[in-house]
Design a protein around this ligand. Structure first.
Ligand code: NAI
Length: 251
């Protein structure tokens, strides 16, 4: 387990009911943070909250859609009730349909941009002032290796993730002097319910072969990087985009 002390503070983790978000939430809680487990799916949010509590950590579940700015405000308020908000991991995301640009349905495009990009903007608007009021904090936006390279048949997702990297850099420039660090994480293809639900075994193997490691990543491998970035071990790290991609983008 990656160990970075994040005690005496609260952390918001969106999309914490599954996959990468779940691994991040449980790791931050194990490292001392009081975690707001945010997800659309109440059963999943409650299960992760119970898992953290059973392991001796502090967590509270908040169910809602992060593309609703009111939900994002409620997340900040819930975090502040636990401890000063100093960490946010804006991780919730969706994939969208696998079709070329010419066939991409307008409603699907709008939904992917709303959840994968606009919701993170809403989150930053709410989180940054709260953290600045406490003298600082650290925010991670969950981009993707597809925040720097494209892939066919995923235009909305690739667009949103590229834009997230720009949003991250800009927010870091604006709030660095107030002690708020903002970084982006770019996972390669990670074995999570998102991937398993959308891709058959042959496609998953073909994707695995595109990584220098010859395999897909795990949620825990992404969480280890996030735990470092939001901790006080990373106080000179901001405005940057960090791949955890098994070498996917190296060629
Ligand atoms: P997942 O599908 O396993 O988990 C995502 C969670 O977010 C789910 O529990 C879902 O209910 C929740 N969620 C979705 N929309 C939401 C909304 N509007 N409001 C609140 N919660 C919502 O997905 P996974 O794989 O863990 O992905 C997490 C993040 O990592 C996403 O942003 C994804 O784009 C990114 N990512 C994933 C990669 C992968 O290969 N799995 C690779 C690179 C990035």
């Amino acid at each position: 387990m990656a160990t970075y002390d994040v005690s005496d503070r609260s952390a918001i983790v969106t999309g914490a009911g599954s996959g990468i978000g779940r691994a991040v939430a449980t790791l931050l809680a194990a490292n001392g943070a009081a975690v707001v487990v945010s997800d659309l799916d109440a059963t999943a949010a409650d299960a992760v909250t119970a898992e953290i509590t059973a392991a001796g950590g502090r967590a509270t579940a908040l169910v809602g859609d992060v593309s609703d700015p009111e939900v994002v405000d409620r997340l900040v308020a819930a975090a502040e009730e636990l401890a000063p908000l100093r960490i946010a991991v804006n991780n919730a995301g969706i994939g969208g349909p696998a079709v070329p640009v010419g066939d991409y349905p307008l409603d699907a495009w709008r939904r992917v941009i709303e959840v994968d990009l606009n919701a993170v903007f809403y989150a930053l608007r709410a989180q940054v002032p709260a953290m600045a009021a406490h003298g600082g904090g650290a925010i991670v936006t969950m981009a993707s290796v597809l925040g720097s390279v494209g892939i066919a048949h995923s235009s909305a997702y690739v667009t949103a993730k590229h834009a997230l990297v720009g949003l991250t850099k800009t927010a870091a420039l604006e709030y660095g002097a107030q002690g708020v660090r903002v970084t982006a994480v770019g996972p390669g293809f990670i074995s999570t319910p998102l991937l398993e639900a959308n891709l058959d075994a042959a496609t998953q193997q073909a994707l695995a072969d595109k990584h220098a490691t010859g395999r897909l990543g795990t949620s825990e491998e992404v969480a280890a990087l996030v735990a470092f970035l939001v901790s006080d071990a990373a106080t000179f790290v901001t405005g940057s985009y960090h791949l955890v991609d098994g070498g996917y983008a190296a060629q």
